[in-house]
Design a protein. Structure first.
Length: 592
RNA sequence: GCGCCCGUAGCUCAGUUGGAUAGAGCGGCGGACUCCGGAUCCGCAGGCCGAAGGUUCAAAUCCUUUCGGGCGCACCA
C-alpha cells in the first residue's frame, strides 16, 4: 500500500468517527482545553478581587513559562490590571492568587513571583488522568467546538489550467488542506475550493501553443509558439496524444484566429492532470469552481450592476472604474475596459471584476467567512479585493487573504532554476516522486506561511537522522513497536480504568504528560492563527519528550503495575502524534 | 519612487495577542544502556535578535527613522 492510500483510508475513518460523535449531540467528547479552564478560573478570581470590572478586564493570557521554576502555566493579568488601576502589581497578583479556585482549575499550587506573575502548578493527578482521557477520546482528543458549525470556505491553489502544478502550488495545497483539517477539528464546517480559470487570454494562449506543437509534429518544422505562449515539454506530450485524425480535424476547425478547440481540449487535460497530482498529494477539493460559469450565467454583469448601485463606480476615458481608493486601496481600478472596437460597444470586463463576481458568489452561497490563499505575486491585489467586499457591504472580517510565500528549491547549496515560461520547473508530481508525500507536506508546513521557504531536496530525500520529517513518525513507530513487543511477550494490557496512573511521576513521564495536555490548545492556536507550523513544532517537541522518556525508562520489563501505566502513557502519546499528523495530512506509520 | 513581506547561532528557521535566563534542527567537536527500534539520547562550542532612537514595570515582539533582501505597483490574468 502506498503512503497516500493508507493516509486516505485513515482519513475516511477519522471523518466517519467525527460525523458519528457530532451526530450523538449530547456526548461531551469535545472538551475544554486546560488553558480554557485556567483562563476561566483566573478571570473569575480577578473579578472577585474587586479591583477590576467585567467590562474593563483585559484579555486573560495564559502562557507556558520557559523556566521550570515558574510553573506549568503563568499569567500576567495582575500587571495589566495594576497598570490600569494604579494599584501595585504584586498586591493584585496576591489577591488573584488567593482567590483562584484550585480545585476547579486543577492546580496543586499557585505562586506570585517577579513583578507580579501568577504562576500555576498543575495538579499531578489531573495530568495523569488526562492520559486516560486521551485514550477514551481517541481521534476526538484535540477536537474543539468553538467553530460551532460556522460555514467557512478555504480557497487555495487555484492555479491557471495552463500547465502542471509547481512547488508554490504544492505549498499552497499543503497549507490549505491542513487549514481545512484544523478548521474541522475546531468545529467549523470547512469547505475547500479550487478556482480554475478556464476563461480568457491565458487559455487562448495555451490553445495556440498546443496548436503550434501539433503543427510541429505534423510538419517537422520547429513550432511557432506565440510570444507569451507556453513552451513546456508537457504540451509536446499532449500534442503526441492527439491522434493524427483528430489533429487534422482540429486544425481545420481552428481557423486563423484559431485555438479554441485546442484551448478547450488543453484546458480539460490540464485540469485533469492537476486534479490527479493533488489527489496523489492527498488533497481533494469539495468544489472545483469554473470561472467561465460566472460569465455564462451572467453573474459578472449582475455584479457590475450591483457595484453601480453601491455608488462606487464611475466612467472615465470610456472605461468604468471602481472607487477602491476610497476604501483603502491606493488607486481606483478598472472593472470594465473601454471598448476596443466599434463605437457604442460595451467594453470587456476585467479579471478584477470577475474576481469580485466570484467573491459575491461565495457570499451568496452562504459562507460566513472566506479564506483565500494567494501566491506572493498577487499580494498587491489584496486591498482592491477587500475594497470590493466592503463596497458590497460584507462584514469587515468576512474575507481573509493569506499570502503563501515563495519556495526556493535547493539541491544542497545550489538553487534549482525555476522558469515557468521556459518550462523549466519542478512540478508537484516530480516533487512527490522525489521526496514522497509525507516529507513534502511536512517540509511545507514547518515554516510560517508568510515566510520564504528553502526546500532542500537533498535533505528531504535522505532517510536519516538529518531529516526532521522522520523524527515524529519514528516516535509513532516506536510506540507501535513497544506495544507489539509487549504483546509478543504475553503481556495482557489492563483496562483503561484499572491502570494506576499515580505511578507516573518520573520527570520524563511528567514532561510527557504536560506535553499531552497542551495539545488541544495548540490545535486551537494553530487554527485561529492559520498557522499549521504550530502543529509541526508541537509534534517535534512531543516526539522529543517521548524519545527522552524512552531512553531513560523501560516500559516492558518494568514492575507490572508501572508497566501498565507506562503502556497507557505511551499509547496516549501515539494517539496524539497520530491526531497531530493527521492535521498535517502526514501518515503515522507503525513501521518504518 | 510608492506599497506589502522578511532581517534571530556558520546554514535553515521557531520564539506563545509585549513577559521572567532568546530556542530547535542541520553542520562542527566529544560522549551513551550486552536489555522494549541507535531514523534515538546526552554534553560542548556558537548571539549586541540588521542598525539607531522612542513607548513602559517589562521590547526579538509595538512606534519612528535607517540599511540590506523578496514581491508587487496594467483598460494582463
Amino acid at each position: 500500500m502506498t503512503t497516500w492510500t493508507s493516509w486516505f483510508i485513515y482519513s475516511i475513518a477519522r471523518h466517519v468517527s467525527i460525523t458519528h460523535w457530532r451526530g450523538c449531540g449530547e456526548t461531551p467528547r469535545v472538551r475544554e482545553s486546560i488553558v480554557d479552564i485556567l483562563r476561566g478560573a483566573v478571570r473569575d478570581a480577578a473579578l472577585r478581587t474587586g479591583h477590576v470590572q467585567e467590562g474593563s478586564l483585559p484579555p486573560v493570557v495564559i502562557e507556558e513559562p520557559r523556566a521550570a521554576g515558574h510553573g506549568d502555566f503563568s499569567t500576567n493579568i495582575a500587571m495589566l490590571v495594576a497598570s490600569q488601576s494604579g494599584l501595585k502589581a504584586r498586591e493584585v497578583a496576591e489577591a488573584i492568587a488567593s482567590r483562584l479556585d484550585r480545585t476547579s482549575a486543577k492546580l496543586d499550587r499557585v505562586e506570585v513571583e517577579g513583578p507580579g506573575f501568577v504562576n500555576m502548578f498543575i495538579s499531578k493527578a489531573h495530568l495523569q488522568e488526562n492520559a486516560r482521557q486521551i485514550l477514551q477520546d481517541g481521534d476526538a482528543y484535540g477536537t474543539l467546538n468553538f467553530g460551532k458549525g460556522s460555514l467557512v470556505q478555504v480557497e487555495f491553489v487555484s492555479a491557471n489550467p495552463t500547465g502542471p502544478l509547481n512547488v508554490v502550488s504544492a505549498r499552497a495545497a499543503a497549507v490549505g488542506d491542513s487549514l481545512i483539517r484544523l478548521l474541522k477539528a475546531c468545529g467549523f464546517e470547512a469547505r475547500s475550493e479550487f478556482l480554475t480559470n478556464d476563461h480568457g487570454t491565458q487559455v487562448e494562449l495555451l490553445g495556440r501553443s498546443l496548436q503550434a506543437r501539433v503543427e510541429e509534429l505534423r510538419s517537422g518544422r520547429p513550432a511557432e509558439i506565440p510570444e507569451e505562449g507556453y513552451r513546456g515539454e508537457y504540451l509536446v506530450d499532449l500534442a503526441r496524444e492527439i491522434s493524427s485524425e483528430t489533429a487534422l480535424q482540429m486544425l481545420a476547425e481552428a481557423g486563423k484566429a484559431g485555438g479554441s478547440k485546442f484551448a478547450k481540449f488543453a484546458v480539460e487535460r490540464m485540469i485533469e492532470g492537476q486534479r490527479k497530482d493533488l489527489t496523489d498529494f492527498g488533497v481533494s477539493f469539495d468544489n472545483w469552481f469554473r470561472e467561465s460559469s460566472l460569465h455564462s450565467s451572467g453573474y459578472v454583469e449582475e455584479t457590475l450592476a450591483t457595484l453601480r448601485d453601491s455608488g462606487f463606480l464611475y466612467e472615465k476615458d470610456g472605461a468604468e472604474w471602481f472607487k477602491s481608493s476610497e476604501l483603502g486601496d491606493e488607486q481606483d481600478r478598472v472593472v470594465r475596459k473601454s471598448p476596443a472596437g466599434q463605437e457604442g460597444a460595451a467594453g470587456e470586463p476585467t479579471y478584477f471584476l470577475s474576481d469580485v463576481a466570484y467573491h459575491r458568489n461565495k457570499f451568496e452561497r452562504g459562507f460566513e467567512r472566506v479564506i483565500d490563499i494567494w501566491g506572493p505575486d498577487h499580494h498587491g491585489h489584496v486591498p482592491r479585493m477587500q475594497a470590493a467586499a466592503r463596497a458590497l457591504g460584507y462584514p469587515p472580517d468576512w474575507l481573509e487573504i493569506l499570502i503563501v510565500q515563495w519556495v526556493r528549491l535547493m539541491r544542497g547549496k545550489e538553487p534549482v532554476s525555476m522558469s515557468k515560461r521556459a518550462g523549466e520547473f519542478v512540478t508537484l508530481s516530480e516533487l512527490i516522486k522525489e521526496v514522497g508525500v509525507d516529507c513534502a507536506r511536512f517540509f511545507f508546513l514547518m515554516r510560517k506561511v508568510n515566510s520564504h521557504l528553502d526546500f532542500d531536496l537533498e535533505l528531504a530525500k535522505r532517510q536519516s537522522d538529518e531529516n526532521p520529517v522522520y523524527y515524529v513518525q519514528y516516535g509513532h513507530a516506536r510506540v507501535s513497536s513497544v506495544i507489539e513487543f509487549a504483546r509478543e511477550g504475553g503481556v495482557e494490557m489492563c483496562g483503561l480504568e484499572e491502570a494506576d496512573l499515580s505511578l507516573l511521576s518520573q520527570p520524563e513521564e511528567l514532561s510527557l504528560l504536560r506535553h499531552l495536555i497542551c495539545y488541544p490548545e495548540q490545535v486551537r492556536a494553530a487554527c485561529l492563527g492559520r498557522e499549521p507550523q504550530k502543529i509541526t513544532s508541537y509534534l517535534t517537541g512531543l516526539a522529543t519528550a517521548f524519545h527522552q522518556f524512552y531512553h531513560n525508562h523501560r516500559v516492558v520489563g518494568a514492575e507490572p503495575n508501572l508497566m501498565q501505566s507506562r503502556l497507557l502513557l505511551v499509547r496516549a502519546v501515539k494517539t496524539v502524534i497520530k491526531n497531530g499528523l493527521d492535521l498535517l495530512g502526514v501518515s503515522a506509520p507503525d513501521k518504518m
